[in-house]
Design a protein around this ligand. Structure first.
Ligand code: SF4
Ligand code: SF4
Length: 352
């Protein structure tokens, strides 16, 4: 059954999840960005803050209302909790080897946007790990660089949530339509103050989400992207992109599905050693190092690798696209390179 919570109800939901022993992580305003951090209550949420995005552009801005989920994707994704930037694998103290084990808490992710809900499923398909409890926030506030609708990943939350919230502020107050997706979600909702949803609550929420579909700043060309990338291997366009691409790897770091790692060994003078993994990027020159040197030495080859894998060969490996249309790689590219524009250019300049 759908119910309606107010802010106190949302706060109670955070309390219920924390009482269950979970680390509740959600959006917070920090360092002039909407980042992700552990929440102790609903007052930690970025009430009244939105964002303004564009190619190579991200700014927080004050909203005219007190929405807590009124922002599009920020620089961090849930990847940093499911697949940390650096993780010890094994250590040695001179007397033996010790496996690092898994000391991650049980997470509850609160405020997961539909694009990121899809990204969590794609990432967990690869890196595994324990399933987090997910409180999704349906998208009613798409950004200028968002294109999840054209990737089939939003603005409505797809499968994989325990609870889905739709935030609304109007003359009826500040409230959240809450829908449970699992028994755990229903059990959590049953423990918080809420009223039964009226038909109009559901209709308004559906209208708000549908309106978001038409307000996305971008769209991926409606083509078979796998075929497009497969047939673009020798395109002259890769050199054109490379004239702008700095091969910095920002796009891979912010992408919620990029999962590549390097494995490193470190030792100290006391004889202790540690093997760890850290996020790596296909834009690093050493990423393609085989005997004799790197295989992909040019920026053109590295950009082609990233985009071809993300939109094309990911289908062959994992049966799905590697892109959910969150737009982070566009906002956080210092050169403002836009994956939807590059796909359109490869397709012959056609924009959707
Ligand atoms: S490729 Fe870009 S838009 Fe697609 S999921 Fe990664 S960061 Fe988001
Ligand atoms: S596309 Fe942009 S973010 Fe990615 S490596 Fe090139 S310059 Fe950096």
């Amino acid at each position: 059954m759908d119910v309606v919570l107010d802010l106190d109800g949302l706060d109670a939901l955070i309390g219920v999840l924390r009482e269950g022993g979970r680390a509740v992580v959600g959006p917070v305003l920090r360092d002039d960005a909407i980042t992700l951090a552990e929440l102790s209550s609903a007052t930690d949420l970025p009430s009244g803050w939105g964002v303004e995005t564009g190619p190579g552009h991200y700014r927080v801005r004050e909203r005219a209302d007190a929405a807590v989920f009124g922002h599009s994707a920020g620089p961090q994704s849930w990847k940093r909790f499911l697949h940390p930037p650096r993780r010890a694998l094994v250590s040695s103290d001179g007397e033996g080897f010790h496996s690092a084990g898994d000391d991650a808490p049980d997470y509850a992710f609160l405020g997961v946007r539909p694009c990121d809900l899809a990204a969590i499923a794609k990432l967990r398909q690869i890196v595994g790990g324990r399933a987090p409890f997910v409180v999704a926030a349906q998208c009613t506030e798409p950004g200028e660089v968002c294109f999840c609708a054209s990737m089939g990943c939003g603005p409505a939350a797809g499968a994989g949530y325990d609870i889905a919230l739709t935030e609304r502020i109007d003359s009826g107050g500040h409230r959240f339509l809450a829908t449970s997706g699992t028994e755990d979600g229903a059990a959590a909702l049953a423990r918080v103050p809420a009223r039964a949803a009226a038909p109009n609550d559901i209709t308004l929420a559906e209208q708000d989400v549908e309106a978001a579909r038409g307000r996305m700043g971008r769209a991926m060309p409606e083509l078979d992207l796998r075929d497009l990338l497969a047939s673009s291997r020798d395109s002259a366009h890769w050199e054109t992109v490379a004239e702008r691409c700095l091969t910095c790897g920002n796009c891979t770091m912010v992408c919620p599905t990029c999962f590549c790692v390097s494995v490193e060994d470190t030792t100290d003078l006391d004889g202790n050693a540690e093997r760890s993994q850290r996020w790596a990027s296909c834009f690093e020159i050493d990423f393609s190092h085989l005997h004799g040197g790197a295989v992909r030495t040019s920026g053109a080859a590295r950009y082609r690798q990233w985009m071809t894998h993300k939109l094309g060969t990911w289908h062959d490996q994992f049966g799905t696209s590697g892109c959910v249309g969150c737009g982070r790689c566009i906002a956080w590219c210092p050169a403002g390179i836009d994956i939807t524009e590059e796909a359109a250019a490869l397709a012959g300049g056609k924009r959707p």
